[in-house]
Design a binder for this molecule. Structure first.
Ligand code: FES
Ligand SMILES: [Fe+2]
Length: 350
């Protein structure tokens, strides 16, 4: 699907943020679509989170509407039960259980408040490929990290990737909160790292918006560094760093944006953030949470409007400018990953 090839909707053999730890319980199953598949989650009696394909192989009832019974998940339609390995362990009407009566399970890794899922070839699920949570400041000492938002967007994931890698939009979509005129007019410097693609803007002498004055407890002006690291294909880590005229960083915060495809034209969007300042202030947490919620609603409205446009005009011609550099580099990385996926599939069938 645009901007990729017709059949390129999902990158498999990748880790994706699937859910918040708190969404998955032993009380009832929880369903979320990921990369075109219904996935059902629950916890067993040891508290271990389990993920399996969410369609009952009997008559296609959603397992998300079933029940957790100890270690097994029971379909809510005719009572078939599936163990944590996906094998059917009970069919109420008969003794014999056909081998084919099983569901796919998925590797899950619980890190910080997130559950990461591996979609694709399960033998390749290497937890070391998950971004380092210290590096992205969710577990690093000195940082207060908080879950913020969960949304399902009616748009393809790539539109959100390109929103997050082109922050020149801050000045126009989020004026008065996180956007000032200077963001759009500041040149972005791109650098490619082992695991991520970085876009950095240095804004000297930034006049603070009311939101930043409240959150940081200063009138400014301050130098502002805005950095976006894209860990393909799922995570963007945005960092804001404010520096006083003496050259000391007075405050930093990071926002982790997990962009997980749900279907070809819908996207799960889970947002967490962390900060170095005012750890004990509930007021700062509430202020930032409410501003982030409003800002992210503005982003969602924008990318869904673009998706609506694409639904009517599927191969748009784009006029690209220098501010698009980061997005286009991110797109190129995604294209390369799709090409590698196709080449892998071709060699597997050769
Ligand atoms: S559809 Fe699940 S047991 Fe029949
Ligand atoms: Fe935005």
């Amino acid at each position: 699907m645009w901007p990729f090839a017709e059949d390129e909707d999902y990158l498999e053999n990748q880790w994706y943020v699937a859910a918040w730890s708190s969404e998955v319980t032993a009380d009832k199953p929880f369903e979320r679509w990921i990369c075109g598949e219904p996935v059902v989650f629950y916890r067993d009696t040891q508290g271990k989170a389990i993920a399996m394909h969410g369609r009952c192989p009997h008559r296609s009832f959603p397992l998300g509407k079933g029940r957790v019974r100890g270690d097994v998940l029971e379909c809510g339609y005719h009572g078939f039960q599936y163990g944590p390995d996906g094998n059917c362990v009970r069919i109420p009407s008969q003794e014999t259980i056909p081998d084919v009566c099983r569901v796919q399970t998925y590797a899950l890794v619980e890190k910080w408040e997130w559950l990461w899922i591996w979609i694709g070839d399960q033998t390749r699920a290497d937890p070391d490929l998950i971004p380092d949570h210290d590096e992205i400041r969710l577990t690093e000492p000195g940082w207060l990290a908080l879950p913020a938002l969960t949304n399902t967007l009616n748009c393809r994931a790539q539109l959100l990737h390109e929103n997050l890698t082109d922050i020149s939009h801050l000045s126009y979509l989020h004026p008065g909160t996180i956007g000032t005129d200077s963001v759009a007019s500041t040149r972005v410097e791109i650098s490619e790292h082992d695991r991520f693609l970085r876009g950095l803007r240095m804004i000297p002498n930034e006049k603070l918006t009311g939101f930043f004055k409240d959150a940081l407890g200063t009138e400014g002006p301050l130098d502002r560094e805005v950095l976006i690291d894209f860990y393909p294909p799922n995570l963007h880590v945005a960092r804001e760093k404010f520096i006083n005229p003496g050259g000391d960083a007075i405050a930093q915060y990071r926002v982790c944006h997990a962009v997980t495809p749900a279907t070809a034209t819908s996207t799960n969007y889970l947002v967490a953030w962390s900060r170095t300042f005012a750890h004990d202030s509930r007021e700062v947490t509430d202020t930032v949470n409410s501003v982030f919620a409003a800002v992210i609603d503005e982003d969602i409205e924008a990318v869904e409007a673009v998706e609506n446009m694409l639904a009517r005009q599927q191969q748009p011609r784009e006029v690209l400018v220098s501010a698009d550099t980061h997005s286009m580099r991110a797109r190129r990385i995604m294209k390369k990953l799709f090409a590698e996926q196709s080449a892998g599939a071709a060699s597997a069938t050769a």
